[in-house]
Design a protein around this ligand. Sequence first.
Ligand code: ADP
Ligand code: 5GP
Length: 203
Amino acid sequence: MQEKRRGMLVVVSGPSGTGKGTLCNMLLEQDPSLRFSVSVTTRKRRDYEVEGVHYYFVTDEQYDALLQEDALLEHATVHANRYGTPRKPIEDLMEQGLNVILDIDPQGARTVISKCPDCVSIFILPPSYEALEKRLHTRNTEKPEEITRRLNNAKGEIEQMDHYQYVVVNGEGEDGKQLAFNRLQAILEAEKQRTNRYFPVIE
Ligand code: ADP
Ligand code: 5GP
């Protein structure tokens, strides 16, 4: 049997601290057809972050130049920093039949959903606001006032959940995470079999 595939664009979004990065990493480790879309950001690099792996860290001037060149599929100011999705790498990967996963904020997700109607859009919901707050504290990457800012944004973001095709609750602890991961896997496996992306030819 011969088969051809068209790459799929997967948009994963939700409030900061809900577990998007954690779940995306689990998917990327398990699925060789998936690639991560590395964003550009003007945010300061965290100690553990690697240039070109987690983000491309750019100056405001470099970011402005990318906007001028229309090099970003979407861009947004998130919690006082600027973030954007480079367009060209996504197009190249999808042309090779690979599936690309975007971990982006809800503003950016709305742009991608409207510009790319074929994309698969998934909202990751925390099990409670209390759990979300705990996750942001446990991650220990933001100062308390920044955590408060992210929590304040969360309610409005959650209200917009119905713009997505799918919602997955990332429940508390290992079991909750595993169940969310299993559901994400099931969504992606089903979406890969759509006739507009999968073209098997039998003898
Ligand atoms: P996001 O990418 O959405 O901002 P992260 O993936 O960085 O969120 O997760 C935020 C914190 O929550 C991290 O410390 C992560 O280890 C933790 N976490 C992720 N999923 C769960 C879960 N199901 N239960 C408890 N903690 C979780
Ligand atoms: P962090 O600073 O914690 O890495 O990310 C903050 C938020 O920015 C997260 O919600 C993350 O999903 C989002 N984000 C990361 N990259 C992009 C991007 O390219 N575009 C948009 N719109 N949001 C992004």
